[in-house]
Write a protein that binds this ligand. Sequence first.
Ligand code: IPE
Ligand code: IPE
Ligand code: MG
Ligand code: MG
Ligand code: MG
Length: 298
Amino acid sequence: MMNQEDLLAELSRGAEAVTGVLDNILAETNGHENRVVEAMRYASLAGGKRVRPFLVCATAALFDVEESRALRAAAAVELIHCYSLVHDDLPAMDDDELRRGQPTCHIAFDEATAILAGDALLTKAFEVLADAKTHAEPSIRSALVKVLAKASGHEGMVGGQIIDLYAENHELDVPEITRLQRMKTGALIAVSCDIGALMGEASEEARHYLREYAHDIGLAFQIADDLLDVTGDEAEVGKKTRKDAGAGKATFVSLLGVDKASEQAHMLSQQAQEHLAIFGEKADSLRALATFIVDRRS
Ligand code: IPE
Ligand code: IPE
Ligand code: MG
Ligand code: MG
Ligand code: MG
């Protein structure tokens, strides 16, 4: 068992480490293009819970992957996540002005710069994965690129985002919302675990159980996000709340109500932890993270 206090300490240690890697990856330049680098740094260096990097590192650690390598892969996933947030906040999408407690990228810079910063964060992720510093084995590097591309694109995050827009003015039922959430948020969470497993050349069996775990926490994570939109405090959450209902967005909360949605998230968190039995104590931080995901206040 790992208590939440120890988990928070681990999360913040991991966050600091991955921020250091991102800081190195996103080096400033002397040319006029530095404006986009500034926007990329703005969108990725400050704040964020760094849950996806934590998942990459904690999973890789199950298979004794060198931490410095796992951190590079973790940074790649976080680059994709940060890009998705920059674009998600644009006026054409959620039109938000606050993210991670600071003005959104297009407010701090401008829309065109935010679009380009998102594009460049996205492509940088693959450059990082394809580098030999991330993994010595070329076939594994290409597997990492492939799984991350798939999880990020129309079969994953982007696909979920467009269904999310559709959900603003269409009634979706529970299975449809489940699918939307699994794509929009679950795919990137799931691939974080899969990347750790691939780097560690995990057995098919281990990969399978990690996939089941990730599947459950991915959905629980987005239900918690939707709950925070309704019950959260803007200053604590670091982004505008009470947005989803205003946008007419169908979520688990709009469909089931706060209590049932929260119950569902806790059930998924419990179920997720049961999939980790084969890893024994080594998976304690992953278990604690499943609890954190549904009890978090931001
Ligand atoms: C917010 O993700 C967007 C979703 C996919 C729900 P996080 O809650 O992980 O945001 P940060 O990275 O901590 O800011
Ligand atoms: C965004 O979902 C998920 C992404 C893929 C970026 P939300 O729109 O609910 O995320 P927040 O609430 O703005 O962080
Ligand atoms: Mg959105
Ligand atoms: Mg949003
Ligand atoms: Mg939200």
